[in-house]
Design a protein around this ligand. Structure first.
Ligand code: HEM
Length: 541
């Protein structure tokens, strides 16, 4: 008997360690179901290398509305229904509002000063979020309607004069409008410094964020200690960080310079700088990244607008119906304005359908659990990464009839586009594609009004047609070849943009001329080339 005690003391820890060893990569009993795991690697061998939302949506049919994956020791939970999002993201937002720790994100922007990427939804995050909520809130945003309409009219002018560059013109629209409200300055040309720099830096920033899918630093943080000379990714990240700080630092300096001269125009950052100490946003790093995150966040609107154009080309019947509506409501004697939007229900439905068919962030942005939660016996463990499968929810055959078809009418028949012959998921709500809980996108009003005003103007002004190759054959945009990554963007593609009539183009020329008065306060720092552009093209009217 006395020999058994030392033996047990020896065997039990070994058995325990052996059990842990055998369980490596396996799924805990209380986790949601998911594909079978393999020892050590879990589901790493089946994790999709691109467009994961498509595979997740197939798996959802087998494993249900909440499912889990193991990638080595990490747990990923995927939410495939509005109810699942409501339960964990909306209702338990105290537990589910962190973002996963991202080694590369922290190297790009240290100290969590980019509140969209900030790991912790803590006091620091709250301060930034609150400041931005005031700016972007629907009620406040209404005051930008005239400016947004003016930028939209310039976009139509740009499309008329150089339709081949349609893809970039949309980026200019978004960068210029976002920097009016954030930095109090606009960009009249594709070649304007802020546009060219943003379009250089931002894609590299997003690419750098994607490095973690190739070099698994988040899974194996030990890789961080590889010396820079052997780690190309570290040099790449350092370079992007330098460019990022140079761009947003310069924009901040311009706002500070304007304030010193007493020439402020009431933009967001001027207001923040004036209240810096009260708000607790007073370091250069904080101010620089607060502006930066808004410009970066707004770029999602470019992808949504480019997607809208793809849909107009690919679905000519819907384009024609939308034209009939805008013609009836606005007529042919003036271009659409923001105040027309409430009277254009088909255009609203068309925009909703574009977003449903190809949501820009098909998996939203990842959240992370900061404490365990158990719902109906299912464990959402501390540290798990949570994805909302927006694409899957928007293509769920249980609720959307023929979900791969483009049918704006579904949003006329039902405000959320779902079938009328089945009982809907009771937790479905508008704007699911903007995420949920405390981290829900603060840019919804910006995004919706940009889409609405441009959809109306696009359709009123032009016909969007497929490109014709040298043999005259029509080549349509490829709606299944979008980029993969956090955002799923259409790729630059040739199309034809044909004015509906000379009368409409004359109206657009006149509207463009009228923007001079509206834009004046935001054109204080234009370069000489920008001034020449305005003088020769706009201010001669
Ligand atoms: C169609 C356009 C847009 C889409 C589809 C979109 C989508 C999203 C999604 C899915 C999230 C993550 C929400 C979550 O974690 O639950 C997000 C976050 C965010 N978005 Fe947007 N967004 C759009 C436009 C904008 C615009 C125009 C801005 C700024 C002007 C913006 C700024 C942000 C910021 C700052 C965050 C981070 C919020 C936080 O972490 O607290 N977004 N967006």
């Amino acid at each position: 008997m006395e020999n058994l005690v030392p033996a047990a003391l020896f065997i039990l820890p070994i058995a325990f360690l052996f059990k842990i060893f055998l369980d490596l990569g396996s799924r805990d009993a209380h986790l949601p179901r998911g594909p079978p795991t393999r020892w050590l690697i879990g589901n790493a061998h089946v994790f999709p290398s691109s467009h994961p939302h498509l595979t997740f949506s197939e798996w959802a049919r087998e494993y249900g509305d909440v499912m889990s994956l193991k990638i080595f020791h990490k747990t990923i939970i995927i939410l495939n229904s509005p109810t699942a999002i409501r339960e964990i993201i909306d209702k338990r937002n105290i537990s589910s509002s962190n973002r996963p720790s991202m080694v590369i994100g922290k190297r790009l922007i240290p100290n969590d000063t980019n509140f969209g990427m900030a790991q912790f939804a803590d006091e620091n995050w709250k301060i930034h979020r609150k400041a931005v909520a005031g700016l972007l809130h629907h009620d406040n945003f209404k005051r930008y309607a005239e400016l947004q309409t003016a930028e939209s009219h310039q976009l139509m002018w740009d499309l008329y004069h150089s339709p081949d560059r349609w893809f970039e013109h949309i980026h200019r629209f978004v960068v210029s409008f976002a920097s009016i409200i954030v930095y109090g300055k606009r960009s009249p040309r594709l070649e304007s410094l802020d546009v060219t720099q943003f379009l250089t830096v931002h894609p590299q920033f997003m690419e750098a964020m994607n490095i973690a899918t190739v070099v698994p630093v988040d899974l194996f943080p030990i890789l961080e200690y590889v010396p820079e000379v052997f780690a190309k990714w570290k040099r790449q990240v350092k370079n992007v960080r330098g460019m990022h700080e140079a761009l947003y630092g310069r924009l901040l300096d311009e706002v500070q310079g304007r304030l010193k001269l007493g020439a402020g125009n009431g933009c967001f950052l001027e207001d923040i700088i004036n209240r810096a100490d009260d708000l607790g946003i007073n370091t250069r790093e904080q101010l620089l990244n607060l502006g930066g995150v808004l410009l970066q966040g707004s770029d999602t609107s470019s992808a949504a607008l480019q997607n809208l154009v793809f849909c107009l080309v690919c679905y000519p019947e819907a384009q024609e119906k939308a034209f009939q509506e805008v013609e009836r409501v606005v007529g042919s004697d003036r271009a659409p304005r923001c105040d027309d939007l409430p009277n254009l229900p088909y255009i609203r439905a068309l925009v909703e359908e574009c977003n449903r068919l190809r949501p820009v962030d098909p998996l939203a942005l990842p959240h992370s659990m900061n404490q365990d939660e158990v719902i109906d016996g299912v464990l959402y463990p501390k540290g798990a990464t949570i994805f909302m499968n927006i694409w899957g929810i928007m293509h769920d055959k249980r609720f959307f009839k023929d979900p791969d078809d483009f049918e704006p009418e579904r949003f006329i028949k039902h405000p959320l586009g779902v079938r009328l012959d089945v009982e809907d998921d009771p937790a479905r709500r508008a704007n699911l594609m903007f995420g949920g809980g405390r981290r829900v996108c603060p840019g919804i009003a910006f995004a919706q009004s940009s889409l609405g005003i441009n959809a109306a103007n696009f359709i009123w002004t032009f016909r969007f047609l497929p490109h014709q190759d040298s043999s005259g054959k029509e080549v349509f945009p490829d709606m299944s070849n979008y980029t993969t990554g956090v955002t799923s963007n259409p790729k630059p593609t040739k199309i034809r943009i044909v004015p509906r009539s000379q009368k409409r183009m004359d109206i657009i020329e006149r509207c463009f001329g009228e923007t001079a008065r509206i834009f004046a306060p935001f054109e204080q720092e234009l370069s000489s080339d920008d001034l020449i552009f305005n003088k020769t093209n706009r201010d001669c009217f």
